[in-house]
Design a protein around this ligand. Structure first.
Ligand SMILES: [Zn+2]
Length: 336
Protein backbone atom coordinates (compact mmCIF):
# COMPACT_ATOMS: atom_id res chain seq x y z
CA UNK A 1 0.00 0.00 0.00
CA UNK A 2 1.28 3.44 -0.86
CA UNK A 3 -1.21 5.30 1.21
CA UNK A 4 0.54 5.37 4.51
CA UNK A 5 0.51 8.14 7.03
CA UNK A 6 3.98 9.16 7.87
CA UNK A 7 6.06 12.06 8.93
CA UNK A 8 8.63 13.21 6.50
CA UNK A 9 11.29 15.68 7.28
CA UNK A 10 13.84 17.13 4.92
CA UNK A 11 16.33 19.41 6.62
CA UNK A 12 18.87 21.21 4.59
CA UNK A 13 21.37 22.83 6.88
CA UNK A 14 23.00 20.08 8.82
CA UNK A 15 24.25 20.72 12.31
CA UNK A 16 26.99 18.28 13.17
CA UNK A 17 29.16 18.66 16.22
CA UNK A 18 28.19 22.26 16.25
CA UNK A 19 29.26 22.86 12.68
CA UNK A 20 26.86 23.96 10.00
CA UNK A 21 27.21 22.50 6.53
CA UNK A 22 26.32 25.48 4.46
CA UNK A 23 26.28 26.15 0.77
CA UNK A 24 25.73 29.75 -0.02
CA UNK A 25 24.04 30.92 -3.13
CA UNK A 26 25.59 33.95 -4.79
CA UNK A 27 22.98 34.37 -7.49
CA UNK A 28 21.64 37.75 -8.46
CA UNK A 29 17.92 38.31 -8.38
CA UNK A 30 16.54 41.63 -9.40
CA UNK A 31 13.91 43.07 -7.15
CA UNK A 32 11.91 43.95 -10.20
CA UNK A 33 11.31 40.24 -10.76
CA UNK A 34 8.60 40.02 -8.14
CA UNK A 35 6.04 37.87 -9.93
CA UNK A 36 3.04 39.69 -11.25
CA UNK A 37 0.58 36.97 -10.40
CA UNK A 38 1.40 36.81 -6.71
CA UNK A 39 -1.14 38.34 -4.42
CA UNK A 40 0.22 39.48 -1.12
CA UNK A 41 -2.14 40.54 1.63
CA UNK A 42 -0.99 43.34 3.86
CA UNK A 43 1.06 41.77 6.65
CA UNK A 44 -0.70 43.39 9.59
CA UNK A 45 -1.31 40.13 11.40
CA UNK A 46 0.92 37.16 12.05
CA UNK A 47 -0.80 35.07 9.39
CA UNK A 48 -0.90 36.04 5.74
CA UNK A 49 -1.97 34.24 2.60
CA UNK A 50 0.08 34.12 -0.54
CA UNK A 51 -1.81 33.18 -3.68
CA UNK A 52 0.23 31.61 -6.46
CA UNK A 53 -2.17 30.88 -9.29
CA UNK A 54 -4.81 28.64 -7.72
CA UNK A 55 -2.57 27.59 -4.81
CA UNK A 56 -2.68 29.12 -1.37
CA UNK A 57 0.30 29.33 0.94
CA UNK A 58 -0.48 30.30 4.52
CA UNK A 59 2.47 32.17 5.93
CA UNK A 60 2.71 32.17 9.73
CA UNK A 61 5.10 34.56 11.42
CA UNK A 62 6.03 32.70 14.57
CA UNK A 63 8.29 35.41 15.94
CA UNK A 64 7.84 39.13 16.14
CA UNK A 65 8.77 40.85 12.94
CA UNK A 66 8.21 44.46 12.01
CA UNK A 67 5.76 45.25 9.26
CA UNK A 68 8.67 46.15 7.00
CA UNK A 69 10.40 42.84 7.69
CA UNK A 70 7.19 40.95 6.94
CA UNK A 71 6.89 42.74 3.62
CA UNK A 72 10.45 41.78 2.79
CA UNK A 73 9.92 38.15 3.74
CA UNK A 74 6.65 37.90 1.83
CA UNK A 75 8.25 39.34 -1.27
CA UNK A 76 11.01 36.75 -0.99
CA UNK A 77 8.54 33.88 -0.53
CA UNK A 78 6.24 35.13 -3.28
CA UNK A 79 9.07 35.43 -5.81
CA UNK A 80 10.43 32.01 -4.88
CA UNK A 81 7.04 30.32 -5.00
CA UNK A 82 6.49 31.78 -8.43
CA UNK A 83 9.90 30.52 -9.53
CA UNK A 84 8.53 27.03 -8.90
CA UNK A 85 5.78 27.53 -11.45
CA UNK A 86 8.40 27.40 -14.21
CA UNK A 87 8.55 23.62 -13.67
CA UNK A 88 5.11 22.74 -15.02
CA UNK A 89 3.10 25.92 -14.91
CA UNK A 90 1.71 25.80 -11.40
CA UNK A 91 2.76 25.54 -7.79
CA UNK A 92 2.92 21.82 -6.95
CA UNK A 93 0.44 21.75 -4.07
CA UNK A 94 -2.88 23.53 -3.54
CA UNK A 95 -2.50 24.22 0.18
CA UNK A 96 0.65 24.60 2.22
CA UNK A 97 1.86 26.30 5.37
CA UNK A 98 5.05 28.19 5.93
CA UNK A 99 6.20 29.02 9.44
CA UNK A 100 8.85 31.67 9.84
CA UNK A 101 10.99 32.00 12.93
CA UNK A 102 13.81 34.35 13.74
CA UNK A 103 17.27 32.89 14.00
CA UNK A 104 20.04 34.26 16.12
CA UNK A 105 22.62 33.06 13.60
CA UNK A 106 23.99 36.00 11.74
CA UNK A 107 25.99 34.40 8.95
CA UNK A 108 23.23 34.17 6.35
CA UNK A 109 19.61 35.17 5.75
CA UNK A 110 18.13 31.65 5.99
CA UNK A 111 20.28 29.50 8.27
CA UNK A 112 17.71 26.73 8.47
CA UNK A 113 14.92 25.29 6.33
CA UNK A 114 12.94 22.08 6.53
CA UNK A 115 9.92 20.47 4.88
CA UNK A 116 7.33 18.31 6.60
CA UNK A 117 4.76 16.15 4.84
CA UNK A 118 2.53 14.58 7.42
CA UNK A 119 -0.90 14.80 5.88
CA UNK A 120 -0.28 18.46 5.12
CA UNK A 121 2.60 20.37 3.64
CA UNK A 122 4.56 22.46 6.06
CA UNK A 123 7.81 24.33 5.58
CA UNK A 124 9.75 25.94 8.39
CA UNK A 125 12.22 28.72 7.72
CA UNK A 126 14.49 30.22 10.34
CA UNK A 127 15.59 33.61 9.12
CA UNK A 128 17.69 36.56 10.08
CA UNK A 129 15.46 39.46 9.01
CA UNK A 130 18.32 41.95 9.13
CA UNK A 131 19.64 40.71 5.79
CA UNK A 132 18.61 42.72 2.77
CA UNK A 133 15.84 41.90 0.35
CA UNK A 134 18.42 40.98 -2.25
CA UNK A 135 20.25 38.67 0.16
CA UNK A 136 17.02 36.73 0.69
CA UNK A 137 16.29 36.58 -3.02
CA UNK A 138 19.81 35.31 -3.72
CA UNK A 139 19.70 32.58 -1.08
CA UNK A 140 19.28 28.99 -2.26
CA UNK A 141 17.33 27.62 0.71
CA UNK A 142 13.77 28.54 -0.30
CA UNK A 143 13.95 27.29 -3.91
CA UNK A 144 15.51 24.12 -2.55
CA UNK A 145 12.82 23.52 0.08
CA UNK A 146 9.99 24.33 -2.32
CA UNK A 147 11.44 21.82 -4.80
CA UNK A 148 10.85 19.11 -2.21
CA UNK A 149 7.10 19.64 -2.73
CA UNK A 150 7.27 18.07 -6.20
CA UNK A 151 8.36 14.60 -5.13
CA UNK A 152 7.12 12.03 -2.62
CA UNK A 153 9.02 10.52 0.27
CA UNK A 154 11.19 7.74 -1.23
CA UNK A 155 11.97 5.97 2.02
CA UNK A 156 14.64 6.00 4.64
CA UNK A 157 18.17 5.87 3.33
CA UNK A 158 17.25 7.25 -0.10
CA UNK A 159 18.07 10.89 0.54
CA UNK A 160 19.97 11.17 -2.72
CA UNK A 161 16.66 11.12 -4.59
CA UNK A 162 14.90 14.09 -2.96
CA UNK A 163 18.04 16.06 -2.22
CA UNK A 164 19.29 15.48 -5.75
CA UNK A 165 16.03 16.67 -7.28
CA UNK A 166 15.97 19.77 -5.08
CA UNK A 167 19.64 20.55 -5.77
CA UNK A 168 19.04 20.24 -9.51
CA UNK A 169 15.88 22.32 -9.63
CA UNK A 170 17.02 25.01 -7.19
CA UNK A 171 19.38 26.15 -9.97
CA UNK A 172 17.53 25.18 -13.14
CA UNK A 173 14.27 26.83 -12.09
CA UNK A 174 15.93 30.06 -11.06
CA UNK A 175 17.51 30.22 -14.51
CA UNK A 176 14.12 29.70 -16.12
CA UNK A 177 12.58 32.37 -13.95
CA UNK A 178 15.38 34.78 -14.82
CA UNK A 179 16.62 35.23 -11.31
CA UNK A 180 20.00 33.84 -12.31
CA UNK A 181 21.60 33.46 -15.69
CA UNK A 182 21.80 30.14 -17.50
CA UNK A 183 25.58 30.45 -17.20
CA UNK A 184 25.42 30.83 -13.44
CA UNK A 185 22.91 27.99 -13.02
CA UNK A 186 25.18 25.50 -14.80
CA UNK A 187 28.24 26.90 -13.05
CA UNK A 188 26.52 26.21 -9.73
CA UNK A 189 25.70 22.67 -10.83
CA UNK A 190 29.31 22.20 -11.86
CA UNK A 191 30.58 23.62 -8.56
CA UNK A 192 28.23 21.28 -6.69
CA UNK A 193 29.48 18.30 -8.67
CA UNK A 194 33.06 19.20 -7.73
CA UNK A 195 32.12 19.32 -4.05
CA UNK A 196 30.42 15.96 -4.48
CA UNK A 197 33.47 14.44 -6.18
CA UNK A 198 35.73 15.64 -3.38
CA UNK A 199 33.37 14.25 -0.76
CA UNK A 200 33.06 10.89 -2.54
CA UNK A 201 36.82 10.58 -2.85
CA UNK A 202 37.18 11.12 0.88
CA UNK A 203 34.70 8.38 1.81
CA UNK A 204 35.06 5.99 -1.14
CA UNK A 205 31.36 5.12 -0.76
CA UNK A 206 28.79 4.35 -3.40
CA UNK A 207 25.82 6.71 -3.68
CA UNK A 208 23.61 4.09 -2.09
CA UNK A 209 25.97 3.67 0.86
CA UNK A 210 26.46 7.41 1.20
CA UNK A 211 22.68 7.96 1.32
CA UNK A 212 22.11 5.17 3.81
CA UNK A 213 24.35 6.83 6.38
CA UNK A 214 24.64 10.40 5.18
CA UNK A 215 24.97 12.05 8.56
CA UNK A 216 27.28 9.49 10.07
CA UNK A 217 29.64 9.61 7.10
CA UNK A 218 29.21 13.30 6.42
CA UNK A 219 28.37 12.44 2.86
CA UNK A 220 26.10 15.43 2.28
CA UNK A 221 27.84 16.78 -0.80
CA UNK A 222 28.10 13.35 -2.43
CA UNK A 223 24.41 12.67 -1.75
CA UNK A 224 23.04 16.07 -2.77
CA UNK A 225 25.13 16.57 -5.90
CA UNK A 226 25.33 12.92 -6.90
CA UNK A 227 21.54 12.99 -6.90
CA UNK A 228 21.56 16.22 -8.90
CA UNK A 229 23.82 14.55 -11.49
CA UNK A 230 21.30 11.71 -11.74
CA UNK A 231 18.45 14.11 -12.49
CA UNK A 232 20.52 16.10 -14.97
CA UNK A 233 21.31 12.87 -16.81
CA UNK A 234 17.69 11.74 -16.73
CA UNK A 235 16.45 15.09 -18.00
CA UNK A 236 18.95 15.18 -20.88
CA UNK A 237 18.16 11.62 -21.93
CA UNK A 238 14.39 12.11 -21.72
CA UNK A 239 14.58 15.16 -23.99
CA UNK A 240 16.94 13.50 -26.44
CA UNK A 241 15.23 10.17 -26.75
CA UNK A 242 11.78 11.68 -27.27
CA UNK A 243 12.83 14.68 -29.39
CA UNK A 244 11.57 16.98 -26.67
CA UNK A 245 8.24 15.26 -26.02
CA UNK A 246 9.30 13.87 -22.65
CA UNK A 247 11.12 15.68 -19.89
CA UNK A 248 11.70 15.52 -16.18
CA UNK A 249 9.12 18.32 -15.84
CA UNK A 250 6.26 16.61 -17.60
CA UNK A 251 7.00 13.36 -15.78
CA UNK A 252 6.53 15.18 -12.47
CA UNK A 253 3.34 16.77 -13.78
CA UNK A 254 1.97 13.32 -14.60
CA UNK A 255 3.11 12.11 -11.20
CA UNK A 256 1.26 14.97 -9.55
CA UNK A 257 -1.91 14.11 -11.43
CA UNK A 258 -1.87 10.46 -10.43
CA UNK A 259 0.21 10.00 -7.36
CA UNK A 260 1.36 12.95 -5.29
CA UNK A 261 -0.06 13.53 -1.82
CA UNK A 262 1.14 14.76 1.54
CA UNK A 263 0.27 11.42 3.07
CA UNK A 264 1.55 9.18 0.30
CA UNK A 265 4.74 7.24 0.66
CA UNK A 266 6.50 5.90 -2.42
CA UNK A 267 9.36 3.53 -1.69
CA UNK A 268 12.11 4.02 -4.20
CA UNK A 269 11.84 0.52 -5.66
CA UNK A 270 8.28 1.38 -6.72
CA UNK A 271 8.80 5.06 -7.43
CA UNK A 272 11.46 4.64 -10.11
CA UNK A 273 9.44 2.11 -12.16
CA UNK A 274 6.43 4.44 -11.83
CA UNK A 275 8.46 7.32 -13.25
CA UNK A 276 9.58 5.04 -16.08
CA UNK A 277 5.96 4.22 -16.80
CA UNK A 278 4.90 7.87 -16.73
CA UNK A 279 7.73 8.91 -19.04
CA UNK A 280 7.14 5.97 -21.36
CA UNK A 281 10.78 5.01 -21.00
CA UNK A 282 13.23 3.04 -18.91
CA UNK A 283 15.50 6.03 -18.37
CA UNK A 284 14.86 6.49 -14.65
CA UNK A 285 15.78 2.84 -14.03
CA UNK A 286 18.67 2.80 -16.48
CA UNK A 287 20.29 5.85 -14.92
CA UNK A 288 19.65 4.51 -11.43
CA UNK A 289 21.35 1.23 -12.26
CA UNK A 290 24.21 3.08 -13.88
CA UNK A 291 25.11 5.23 -10.88
CA UNK A 292 23.81 3.84 -7.63
CA UNK A 293 26.51 1.27 -6.87
CA UNK A 294 29.42 2.96 -8.61
CA UNK A 295 32.57 3.61 -6.64
CA UNK A 296 33.01 7.02 -8.24
CA UNK A 297 30.85 10.12 -8.35
CA UNK A 298 28.11 9.76 -11.01
CA UNK A 299 29.24 10.72 -14.49
CA UNK A 300 27.82 14.06 -15.58
CA UNK A 301 30.40 14.91 -18.26
CA UNK A 302 28.51 13.23 -21.10
CA UNK A 303 25.40 15.25 -20.24
CA UNK A 304 27.47 18.43 -20.17
CA UNK A 305 28.82 17.49 -23.59
CA UNK A 306 25.31 16.97 -24.95
CA UNK A 307 24.38 20.38 -23.56
CA UNK A 308 27.35 22.13 -25.14
CA UNK A 309 29.03 22.84 -21.80
CA UNK A 310 32.79 22.70 -21.61
CA UNK A 311 35.00 23.59 -18.66
CA UNK A 312 38.26 25.50 -18.49
CA UNK A 313 39.97 26.32 -15.19
CA UNK A 314 36.79 25.35 -13.37
CA UNK A 315 34.75 27.88 -15.34
CA UNK A 316 32.05 26.59 -17.62
CA UNK A 317 31.76 27.73 -21.22
CA UNK A 318 28.43 27.48 -23.03
CA UNK A 319 28.29 26.80 -26.74
CA UNK A 320 26.26 29.35 -28.64
CA UNK A 321 25.13 27.27 -31.56
CA UNK A 322 23.50 24.06 -32.66
CA UNK A 323 21.52 21.26 -31.10
CA UNK A 324 23.43 21.37 -27.86
CA UNK A 325 22.39 24.94 -27.22
CA UNK A 326 18.79 24.12 -28.13
CA UNK A 327 18.77 21.23 -25.68
CA UNK A 328 20.33 23.38 -22.96
CA UNK A 329 17.75 26.06 -23.57
CA UNK A 330 14.97 23.49 -23.32
CA UNK A 331 16.20 22.73 -19.82
CA UNK A 332 17.09 26.11 -18.45
CA UNK A 333 16.34 29.05 -20.70
CA UNK A 334 14.38 31.89 -19.16
CA UNK A 335 10.68 31.51 -19.83
CA UNK A 336 8.91 34.80 -20.36
ZN1 LIG B 1 16.68 19.25 0.87
Amino acid sequence: MDKTRFVLLFTDKHTMDGLMMIIRSMALLLLSLLPLNVTVALPQSNMTELHIGSSTINVHFESSFTSQQKQKLLKWLGATANTMTTLYGEFPVKQSNIHIYTSSRTSEPVPWGEVWKNGEYKINFHVNPNFSQQDFLDDWTAPHEFSHLFHPYPGRGNSWFGEGLASYYQNILRSRYGSMTEQLAFQKLYNGFQRGIKNQKRTGLTLKQASAAMRKNRSFMHVYWGGAAYFLNVDVRLHQSSHGKQSLDNTWLKFKECCLGADRYWPLHRLIPKLDELSNSSIFSDEYNRIIDGRTFPDYQSSFEQLGISVRDNKIILSKTGEAQALRHALAKQKN
